[in-house]
Design a protein. Structure first.
Length: 112
């Protein structure tokens, strides 16, 4: 099984990685280079700057809230042929064009 990985950016600057684990957990980790910057800002108030990864069952609520909802979710799911239940897949497909300065873009998958 391939592990899906996304790069998380703020205004085009890489700030961390989001990785989907086979057990359904999702891991967000800030890049060390981002944490070293004096002007580093957190992706969200709920994801404060720290070296330790954030591990959640499914998507962390911040990332989940970047997904389309309601009729737009239905339309997006059908158009992209991605199940509504595949939140990580939907985020990979739509996260490059989120409202605000956060971007989620696919990274190279790794074997697990």
């Amino acid at each position: 099984m391939k592990t899906r990985v996304a790069q998380v950016r703020i205004s085009g600057q890489p700030v961390g990685t989001l990785r989907e684990e086979p057990d359904g957990k999702t891991v967000f980790t800030y890049d060390a280079q981002w944490l070293e910057r004096a002007e580093a800002t957190p992706v969200s108030l709920t994801l404060k700057l720290r070296a330790e990864p954030y591990v959640t069952q499914g998507l962390h609520p911040f990332f989940q809230n970047l997904l389309p909802e309601g009729w737009l979710l239905e339309l997006t799911s059908k158009k992209l042929k991605i199940s509504k239940d595949d939140e990580f897949g939907l985020l990979l497909a739509t996260g490059a064009d989120c409202v605000g300065n956060v971007e989620i873009v696919p990274a190279e998958p790794t074997a697990s």
